[in-house]
Design a protein around this ligand. Sequence first.
Ligand SMILES: *Cc1c(COP(=O)(O)O)cnc(C)c1O
Length: 248
Amino acid sequence: MTGATSREADLATALAALQDRMAQAAHAAGRDPADIELLPITKFFPATDVAILWRLGCRAFGESREQEASAKIAEFNELTGAGKVRWDMIGNIQSNKAKAIAAWADTVHSLSTAKVAAALDRGAAAAIDEGRRTTPIRVFVQLSLDGDTSRGGVDVGDPTAVDALCGQVAEAGALELAGLMAIPPVGSDPDTAFAALAAEHQRVLRNFPAATELSAGMSSDLESAVRHGSTCVRVGTALMGQRPLTSP
Ligand SMILES: *Cc1c(COP(=O)(O)O)cnc(C)c1O
């Protein structure tokens, strides 16, 4: 076998195993597997891998860095004849990158600040005006579950701040509030972390009933996230293999 075809076989096997794992997690939680999206995270992996996953039926991908994503999307479009897919931004966002992100991101999972929200709204509004996009950016407000907001997220212990950012997104013309996202703090018990996220989600839903989605769960903790109501699990390693570099 050539390198390319063995990569194809590896990805097909990993994808099938992951889909099984997600179905089992859903059933164990008494949920319909169709209510939980699998978002493959392709950061640090080449466009050729994304094209393979697209041929295997995947139609949405998550990326964590603007420059890597823009280059990969251009290459993916060449490889597939502009295969129709959704690209999601899952990484920390600097406001000076918001305009570029608004050009390709259907959905942003990692909004933490008012400044970035305003920049994304401006970027998306301009892209819509210029015919480069047709929809608002779907936005998940990221929460910090341990209050260490330097790693991204609004402090879950500050509901006023959470509501302020959710309100800003809900009112922005070119943004649409999808829900909440969080990553369990390093070394924490995922069940405890996702229970806190789910509780805050229930509170937020009272003020923002449209914010029905929960972006939660990665390779190591997706079962726990599904138990606590995740509607989108972001999976890299369990699908793609070990990343060549540590993620930022
Ligand atoms: C890298 C990354 C993931 C995927 O993590 P894995 O453990 O490789 O599945 C999910 N979410 C975010 C925000 C990430 O940066």
